[in-house]
Design a protein around this ligand. Structure first.
Ligand code: HEC
Ligand code: HEC
Ligand code: HEC
Ligand code: HEC
Ligand code: HEC
Length: 163
């Protein structure tokens, strides 16, 4: 990561933290019940900062999983450069329908796990050559046709705990 990008992310963290975090001390409360999420090996920012993105259980929000804002708003607050074009020029980063889970919107977490993942870059789905049909290609999850994969492959689990 370049110095410019790094300091940019850092400033964004400060801004977002003050805007969204009620208190990160709540973390110890959260993991009394959500112990599965303590092994956050990759998205270090999500460690100990549950309330940066989630409201408490007794708070009602407009968003699924009681997120404080819609997913992409949360992510782009820090990762602003992504909005300029991600993966390939003009690849959509939002939409009404996730091709793998059509009942969900298409957004950052259609491809990334917000908390942790065993795959590089927090990619949400296992695409290993050895253990999945996806040939080691993350793109093959949704564009399987291009890789000659059959259309009726079982949809992989959404892997929220990254294991
Ligand atoms: C960077 C923002 C962010 C942070 C920080 C964060 N989460 Fe999440 N979390 C999300 C998003 C986005 C989703 C929705 C994922 C999806 O749509 O599949 C989610 C989903 C969840 C879910 C629902 C999983 C399910 O499928 O039922 C739980 C539980 C959860 N988070 C707990 C936590 C806990 C506990 C922490 C702190 C250790 C935490 N989160 C930190 C963004 C975050
Ligand atoms: C007393 C135990 C307990 C504590 C403490 C707790 N949770 Fe939960 N949480 C649960 C259980 C059980 C579920 C699954 C049932 C449900 O969806 O309500 C859940 C579900 C969730 C979900 C996904 C379900 C939804 O609302 O869509 C999120 C996100 C979440 N918790 C975040 C948090 C965060 C953040 C904290 C700390 C501020 C926290 N939890 C503290 C027990 C707890
Ligand atoms: C408060 C700032 C902040 C927010 C909000 C945030 N991130 Fe990050 N993210 C970071 C930082 C800092 C890093 C680099 C260090 C690390 O991996 O934790 C990073 C790293 C990443 C990486 C690269 C991981 C790797 O292995 O190189 C991905 C992918 C990512 N974030 C996706 C997301 C998604 C998706 C969301 C929204 C659910 C999100 N981020 C929200 C600050 C943030
Ligand atoms: C269609 C799938 C997809 C969507 C949607 C998507 N990403 Fe990614 N993202 C990827 C893949 C694949 C990589 C790894 C690319 C690589 O290594 O060249 C990646 C890499 C990243 C990285 C690491 C970049 C680096 O230089 O290390 C960050 C940060 C990130 N994504 C954030 C986001 C955010 C924020 C959103 C939502 C605004 C988002 N992504 C939406 C698939 C996606
Ligand atoms: C989670 C699903 C998902 C993954 C993974 C994914 N894409 Fe996409 N991709 C989409 C969706 C949705 C669209 C827009 C609708 C369509 O064309 O099917 C799209 C469109 C595209 C387009 C056409 C863009 C345009 O200008 O119209 C290209 C090229 C593309 N993807 C390449 C990639 C590459 C390269 C990767 C891997 C790095 C990738 N996609 C991974 C869902 C995905």
């Amino acid at each position: 990561m370049s110095i410019v990008k790094e300091s940019f992310v850092f400033v964004s963290i400060l801004v977002l933290s003050s805007a969204l975090t009620t208190t990160s001390a709540k973390y110890s409360e959260c993991i009394e019940c959500h112990g599965e999420l303590t092994n956050l090996t990759q998205h270090r920012i999500a460690q100990k900062n549950c309330n940066m993105c989630h409201a408490d259980h007794d708070v009602i929000t407009q968003n699924d999983y009681r997120l404080k804002k819609p997913v992409n708003f949360l992510c782009l607050a820090c990762h602003k450069n992504i909005a300029k074009g991600h993966l390939v020029h003009k690849h959509p980063i939002s939409g009404d329908r996730d091709p793998l889970y059509p009942e969900k919107k298409f957004n950052c977490v259609s491809c990334h796990n917000p908390h942790q993942s065993k795959m590089p870059k927090l990619f949400r789905y296992d695409y290993s050559k050895e253990t999945t049909p996806y040939l080691g290609e993350p793109c093959a999850l949704c564009h399987g046709k291009i890789y000659g994969l059959p259309a009726n492959l079982p949809v992989p689990p959404r892997n929220v705990y990254g294991d």
